[in-house]
Design a protein around this ligand. Sequence first.
Ligand SMILES: *[C@@H]1O[C@H](CO)[C@@H](O)[C@H](O)[C@H]1NC(C)=O
Ligand SMILES: *[C@@H]1O[C@H](CO)[C@@H](O)[C@H](O)[C@H]1NC(C)=O
Ligand SMILES: *[C@@H]1O[C@H](CO)[C@@H](O)[C@H](O)[C@H]1NC(C)=O
Ligand SMILES: *[C@@H]1O[C@H](CO)[C@@H](O)[C@H](O)[C@H]1NC(C)=O
Ligand SMILES: *[C@@H]1O[C@H](CO)[C@@H](O)[C@H](O)[C@H]1NC(C)=O
Ligand SMILES: *[C@@H]1O[C@H](CO)[C@@H](O)[C@H](O)[C@H]1NC(C)=O
Ligand SMILES: *[C@@H]1O[C@H](CO)[C@@H](O)[C@H](O)[C@H]1NC(C)=O
Length: 695
Amino acid sequence: MLVFLVASLMVYRCKADYLLGAGSYDITGPAADVNMMGYANPKQNAAGIHLRLRSRAFIVAEAGNDGNRIAYVSLDACMASQAVTTAVLSKLKTRYGDLYTEKNVALSGIHTHSGPGGYLQYLLYSITSLGFVKQSFDAIVDGAVASITQAHHNLKPGSIFVNEGEILDANINRSPSAYLNNPAEERKRYKYDVDKSMLLLKLVDAQHGPVGTVNWFPVHCTSMNNTNTLVSGDNKGAASRFMEDWFDHRSVKREPSANTSRVRSKTSFVAAFAQTNEGDVSPNTLGAFCGDTNLRCDFNHSTCNGSNELCIARGPGYPDHFASTEIIATRQMESAIELFANAKDLLKGPVNYRQSYVDFTNISIAAQSATTCPAAMGFSFAAGTTDGPGAFDFKQGDTDGNPFWKAVRDLLRKPTEKQVACQSPKPVLLDTGEMLFPYDWAPAILPIQILQVGQLFILSVPSEFTTMAGRRLKDAVKATLVEKSNGKYDKEVRIVISGLTNAYSSYVTTFEEYQIQRYEGASTLYGPHTLSAYIQEFKKLAEALVLDTQVAKGPSPPDLISKQISLLPEVIPDTTPAGIKFGDVSRDVARNASFRAGDSVEATFWSGSPRNNLMTEASYTMVEFQSAPGVWTPAYDDDDWSVQFVWKRPSATIKWKVPKDALAGTYRLRLFGASKALMGKIDNFTGISSEFVIV
Ligand SMILES: *[C@@H]1O[C@H](CO)[C@@H](O)[C@H](O)[C@H]1NC(C)=O
Ligand SMILES: *[C@@H]1O[C@H](CO)[C@@H](O)[C@H](O)[C@H]1NC(C)=O
Ligand SMILES: *[C@@H]1O[C@H](CO)[C@@H](O)[C@H](O)[C@H]1NC(C)=O
Ligand SMILES: *[C@@H]1O[C@H](CO)[C@@H](O)[C@H](O)[C@H]1NC(C)=O
Ligand SMILES: *[C@@H]1O[C@H](CO)[C@@H](O)[C@H](O)[C@H]1NC(C)=O
Ligand SMILES: *[C@@H]1O[C@H](CO)[C@@H](O)[C@H](O)[C@H]1NC(C)=O
Ligand SMILES: *[C@@H]1O[C@H](CO)[C@@H](O)[C@H](O)[C@H]1NC(C)=O
């Protein structure tokens, strides 16, 4: 018996194929005043919190001290940013020397359109945020480093299981007219015009069981529309939170630790819903309709009677975008749980990587005797998409441009004839690649990377690939791996694209989709052959991985941090009328009322700006439960679906929608905040509502 036990223990031990670690840290940033990244809607400025944003990190190392390792990080941010990546790597170097570098670290954004902007270094991406926002930048950099550090300290022997399955009702193509321009024979190979497959990894500690999971499923995080002002991880951020709660079987949430600091235990399970080839993929599954007539928008141009502004896509919970977010999050979460529960295929084999920097503005593509061009945005870029249309009279599918805007453009910069020819048929609206004042408007040098764990290959792209562009890249890399490895890698190889990773450079469509010039084509920066350039350069990385050769390092991307312009005004001093203190209740919960599941409880407090204290790894809000006479236990906070924190100078409102599983009993709402005095001193305060009863 003992022998059997020891033997089976040893078998269990031997199953530890890798060292694994997971980590997670708050990256919410400034939840006030800052323009949200994604829709480029100047009116969409943060004014509170729907869900906190997190950085979720996973490290996989070969067993043994000198083995290779990779760090994969999924950020609840709109995208990765070269500036953030540079800063994160530099901090990691200080801590760990050459353990984590540009070669083996991947930072990927989930693409939420409801996070604070201003953390990218190229000018085009920080126009609506009024330039660089240091608080946004620091929150992401510090949180990413903290999550990687946690994962590093958590490294223990374990195994990784992989599973794949379909989700049929969580995404649709938002530019089907462009997809239809791909060759018919190619389209025939696929059942859908978007990828429906979710690929999931399950990380299991040999001693303690599952420590985390990461999956990739293509869908824009645009369930929350461009009127939302509450910071949120949208459908993927919510799915992460839901799955982490599912794993922890929580009803009344965390144990109290300190009154403002919410401490997740070191062994907390980390569930990342990472982004992949979502370029033309919308979560708004009912499709696009005209707001005035309720008719379908024009198929080719997504216009309503000639104009784009009224053509808006609808999510499954229309007209309530919270409901749409919850539905698309739940569909992803339920599939992930099923894949997680049934994951049986083990990853086995080396941990490896190849990375290089490539100047995308002038790549010769031998196979097509073509070249890429300096970056440029087409007219249809300004039309936006059906997930969030742009202003003025731009429309998608525009290969001509309009003379008025051409004149305006020429004031900024008139594109050269060579550039116009190179980018054709894209009519150039913004010649960003040749606009260098006051600093570069668009990137030229981009990082590309392959991370390998056994038979899984993760392709890190610094952009948003459309469905078919992603398929072509994956096929090309797979063909190279199979061909060059002499049968070592066969059809069992699994390839996944990690979207919006390490840097950001807008979209990548196929050559055929580019001809149609929908939003995605107009935002494909380096001309019609951009995808071919990616494929050519990724094949070099794949070949080097298999043949164990090195790749050229390539030119270094510029560090533009010192040149950044910041025009976002400082927080003005906070004040209250005489006799009133910060934290005093200005509108209390309904007195002596009792509430039940589904009811909303609200209280409003005199408050200072959330930018005075970001409450990182803590919370502005707390729903407290009376667990014994006079003992108040934190039950729900900023990061709970049921709680909303809404800021509108000079007040903060806590809104709590009583969830189904809330315990009956006595509760109160509590606010944590900070105020700025005339001379700039920051003071913390707290405020408490009256008690109320849940029956
Ligand atoms: C936190 O709790 C401690 C004691 O438990 C108390 O002294 C302190 O004032 C509290 N801080 C806030 C901001 O409520
Ligand atoms: C869309 O454009 C294509 C190509 O120009 C054309 O054949 C088709 O009829 C258009 N469809 C609609 C619904 O307008
Ligand atoms: C389209 O616009 C024209 C001219 O502005 C107007 O007469 C017509 O009623 C509009 N049609 C719809 C469906 O809105
Ligand atoms: C955006 O979402 C809000 C909140 O759910 C909703 O009231 C509004 O109608 C939505 N806007 C559009 C254009 O769907
Ligand atoms: C583009 O690259 C080619 C070599 O591949 C070089 O001859 C040419 O000068 C480059 N053009 C620019 C504008 O840098
Ligand atoms: C609330 O209820 C308690 C006991 O049920 C009572 O003593 C108190 O007067 C009530 N307060 C108000 C404002 O009605
Ligand atoms: C306010 O709280 C923050 C943490 O949330 C802390 O770092 C800071 O020192 C506090 N300020 C004061 C004046 O106590």
